[in-house]
Design a protein around this ligand. Structure first.
Ligand SMILES: O=C(O)CNC(=O)[C@H](CS)NC(=O)CCC(=O)C(=O)O
Length: 270
């Protein structure tokens, strides 16, 4: 693993595929101009809108999202994560899918979100992700990279389930992706705490791209895309506006933290 810059992109995606892909391209371009070699896009980067509208357009969104990720990775010569987009399953539902692409445009890893957000948020919004999404049944993949470190995938609500990240750490993960569209209501109290906890307890970098602002109807997200180091320090925070959080991933820092705090080696209940 080398030292390099990683970017967590922050967007305000809308119920408009074309507009979202234009915004995503501008932000990837920004990240690359700042030197990022690993770029991660948030959950729903290509479409954030009414669940049934999303379902109706799922074929188009899936094809366009996959093509976009491959084209951008090649054009900008970066490793690129698409943090979550609908891929039709065939029974009228979709998988909420995260896809990792290398600079040649090849698929490195794919993950279908396991934990679905079926929650009555006390701000008046009811989320019933399982109404349109089929839950993945496989543990998330860890993609081993000699250059970028071992990369572990997850999506959004997964961050509340530490056993998933423990699995990734056990597989050897060094950088954990948590692409999200966290609600403004839960995000203000839980987002950063949960991300720091996952970083600290697994002594891993956390790369957390995010949605921010108003998307449609009453849907508002928290923002604060961030990069966190294995000690739990927030290295970069994108605030509330679309943009990028960029920070250095340093193998020497990872090694130092794992030496200072060898908790991964002290696990009793595997
Ligand atoms: O808001 C939208 O329409 C888009 N959001 C999403 O697609 C997903 C599934 S509904 N959001 C989350 O998982 C939020 C988790 C979360 O916020 C928490 O765990 O507190």
């Amino acid at each position: 693993m080398k030292s390099y810059l990683a970017a967590a992109v922050q967007m305000t995606s809308l119920p408009n595929l074309e507009k979202n892909l234009i915004q995503a391209e501008e932000l990837i371009d920004l990240a690359v101009r700042r030197g990022a070699e690993l770029v991660a896009l948030p959950e729903n980067f290509s479409f954030l809108g009414d669940e049934h509208e999303k379902l109706a357009q799922a074929e188009t969104i899936a094809a366009a999202s996959e093509k976009f990720l491959k084209t951008m990775a090649q054009r900008f010569q970066v490793t690129l994560l698409g943090g979550g987009f609908p891929v039709p399953v065939g029974n009228g539902k979709v998988y909420n899918t995260a896809l990792l692409i290398d600079p040649s445009g090849a698929e490195l890893a794919r993950y279908e979100k396991v934990h679905l957000f079926d929650v009555n948020v006390p701000d008046g919004n009811t989320y019933q992700e399982s109404g349109t999404v089929l839950a993945g049944i496989q543990l998330p993949p860890m993609h081993p990279s000699k250059e970028l470190g071992n990369l572990g995938l997850s999506v959004c609500y997964d961050v509340r389930f530490p056993e998933l990240y423990r699995h990734l750490a056990q597989m050897g993960a060094e950088v954990l992706f948590v692409p999200a569209a966290f609600t403004a209501f839960t995000g203000k109290d839980h987002w950063q705490v949960l991300l720091q906890a996952r970083a600290i307890e697994n002594t891993c970098y956390v790369l957390a791209p995010a949605q921010t602002g108003r998307h449609y109807a009453m849907r508002q997200t928290h923002g604060h895309a961030m990069v966190i180091d294995p000690w739990g320090m927030v290295l970069a925070d994108a605030g509330n506006e679309p943009g990028v959080a960029i920070a250095a991933i340093e193998p020497s820092r990872l090694e130092q933290v794992r030496r200072q705090m060898p908790s991964l080696q002290h696990r009793v209940f595997l």
